[in-house]
Design a protein around this ligand. Structure first.
Ligand code: CO
Length: 158
């Protein structure tokens, strides 16, 4: 099911999202939410989506890159490379705007997968950028808070 996307300014986008409890991970509600988030990000031509963007203040994100289509539950970035890169960013919740945002090129991430299994991995470049953008969403932070300048255009939506 395609879910409606919450548009900025909406207070849910500014809340700190709640951790998903282990016993909830396999619940029908969480499984359905993840499935719907995947359908929604694909339908919207996005490359990432965080649960608060579909009205659920929970620490769940989906990443939808060509070679990586994954859901992360309670993701935590445990290290950030000192090397950073500025690149264009947009957001499904802030349509028509983009800006240059400086992000770490490489990060290490710890999260639970859809089965509740703990995973730890390294991400770089666009994969690292999307995860940093989505984890910011879980903390109520939007790319416009970090962007060097905001321009109106059709940027990649994450
Ligand atoms: Co976004």
């Amino acid at each position: 099911m395609i879910l409606p996307i919450v548009i900025h300014p909406n207070s849910i986008l500014r809340q700190k999202a709640k951790e998903v409890e282990f016993k909830e991970i396999k619940s029908y509600e969480v499984k359905k939410l993840i499935l719907n988030m995947k359908e929604t990000v694909e339908f919207s031509n996005g490359i990432g989506l965080a649960a608060p963007q579909v009205g659920h203040s929970l620490r769940i994100v989906v990443i939808f890159l060509e070679d990586k289509k994954i859901a992360l539950i309670n993701p935590r970035i445990i290290s950030f490379s000192w090397r950073k890169k500025k690149d264009e960013e947009g957001c499904l919740s802030i349509p028509g705007k983009f800006g240059l945002v400086k992000r770490s090129k490489i990060i290490k991430v710890k999260a639970l997968d859809e089965n509740g299994k703990e995973i730890k991995f390294k991400a770089k470049d666009i994969f690292a950028r999307v995860i940093q953008h989505e984890v910011d969403h879980l903390d109520g932070v939007l790319f416009i808070d970090k962007a060097e300048k905001i321009l109106e255009d059709n940027a990649q939506k994450i």
